[in-house]
Design a protein around this ligand. Structure first.
Ligand SMILES: Nc1nc2c(ncn2[C@@H]2O[C@H](COP(=O)(O)OP(=O)(O)OP(=O)(O)O)[C@@H](O)[C@H]2O)c(=O)[nH]1
Ligand SMILES: [Mg+2]
Length: 400
């Protein structure tokens, strides 16, 4: 251990080395990391030990899961996902922000539960332009949810599977307290909000070393690549990968290596729904909030359940934010009732995506497709697999 970390940190590290249980090792390593002074010279030591810590936490978690008894009842927190899933969350310290009221406004569900504490999730279906959105009204999130307080683990595990997290914020109360608590608990649970995954992949392989490849011009032009490669190797090794291939696609921070090694790190899209927009001074609060959090939340929507106000095209706004679009399939001239949802990122979807979405076997037997685009000059076209689609296209697949 290098000497520029200070004697207190040295001592804490020694205790970590001597610890005999996983719990104690975690505690000692946390102490050590908090004691190391944070600057350029210690950056690697910190990242290296964060990687060790994350590995220990994964081991601890899997021991706990194994220890749980089998044959438990189905939890009301395990929700069967349907359509595009939006989860409403709020801060427990600000009770009654109006989540159940919003659920009711959008879906008509849970009318009799408004104004009462919601202890288990309430669910409703909101339909817009034939697309079904499952709205989940979660019990509010307590401080310490990330370590399991107030069904925190169950709530967060549902958030991991959803399409969009909606931070519900009462505009008539202190908005920073509400948002910061939620951001903090999600961050501690490794749910990263509105950020792109790092341009990095790590695959375990059979070979007996760690290899690092820089695959884009941007990554090839990084400063001091040799030094970075060494750091990547050490951090990856500390995170439990002995043999593997690391691919770098762009500029990376050392902490992002730790995140990539940790399978529990998730990248989720989120928006803010400001509630009670009918109350005094909430217009000002809305503008202030929108500005203050603009670097984290590009989309903030004002609502009032009291005045039944929410954008009429809420579904369309959500779909666009999630970078998804809808198309329709057609069979023997009959257009399917339910639209097909396609991803618009990172690339515009093509006929190939439609075939894969319907069934893999379509790809092998694919011959051609007919695309009907209503506002186009040539409304009906015969196209191949790579043809790029637009919203509301109608597609008929023909097989050989
Ligand atoms: N003025 C006003 N009051 C609202 C609005 N939305 C909800 N409320 C009131 O706020 C109170 C709490 O609403 P709920 O929808 O139950 O709040 P919640 O977020 O589900 O509360 P918990 O389940 O306890 O977390 C109720 O008395 C609602 O009538 C609104 O838009 N304007
Ligand atoms: Mg409620």
């Amino acid at each position: 251990m290098s000497s520029n970390i200070g004697s207190e940190a040295q001592a804490a590290y020694q205790k970590y080395l001597e610890a005999s249980t996983i719990d104690e090792k975690i505690k000692r390593l946390e102490e050590f990391i908090s004691l190391v002074p944070k600057h350029k010279a210690t950056e690697k030591i910190v990242a290296l030990n964060k990687s060790r810590l994350a590995k220990l936490r994964r081991e601890q978690e899997s021991l706990k899961t194994r220890a749980k008894t089998i044959g438990k009842q189905v939890s009301p927190f395990s929700i069967k996902k349907e359509g595009i899933q939006l989860i409403l969350i709020s801060d427990y310290n600000s009770p009654g922000v109006g989540k159940t009221s919003l659920l009711n406004l959008l879906t008509g569900a849970a009318r009799d539960k408004i104004g009462k504490f919601t202890p288990v999730p309430e669910i409703g279906i909101y339909t817009h332009k034939k697309i079904r959105y499952q709205i989940v009204d979660m019990p509010s999130i307590m401080e310490g949810a990330s370590s399991g307080i107030g069904n925190g683990k169950e709530i967060i595990s549902q958030l991991r599977a959803c399409d969009l997290i909606c931070f519900c914020v009462d505009l008539s109360r202190n908005y920073k307290n509400q948002i910061d608590l939620l951001l903090d608990e999600l961050n501690k649970s490794h749910v990263r909000i509105n950020v792109q995954p790092p341009p990095l992949t790590i695959e375990k392989t059979g070979s007996n070393k760690i290899q690092v490849f820089y695959l884009t011009n941007e990554s090839k032009e990084l400063n001091d690549v040799e030094d970075l490669t060494e750091k990547i190797k050490e951090i990856t090794h500390a995170g439990g990968v002995r043999n593997g291939i690391v691919k770098v696609f762009g500029k990376i921070e050392l902490d992002q290596i730790v995140d990539t090694l940790n399978p529990s790190v998730m990248y989720k899209k989120a928006i803010i729904l400001g509630t009670k927009g009918d109350l005094a001074l909430t217009k000002n609060t809305f503008s202030e909030l929108e500005k203050f959090y603009s670097n984290i939340f590009p989309l903030v929507i004002g609502t009032s359940a009291e005045k039944k106000k929410i954008p009429g095209d809420f579904g369309k706004i959500v779909l666009k934010y999630l970078q998804k679009m809808k198309v329709y399939t057609m069979n023997k001239g009959i257009i399917a009732e339910k639209p097909l949802i396609l991803e618009c990122a990172p690339n515009q979807p093509t006929i190939r995506d439609v075939t894969l979405k319907i069934h893999r076997s379509f790809l092998e037997s694919f011959d051609y497709a007919i695309v009907i685009r209503k506002k186009a000059r040539q409304t009906k076209k015969k196209v191949g697999l790579e043809y790029e689609l637009k919203e509301n296209d109608i597609i008929e697949l023909h097989t050989k």
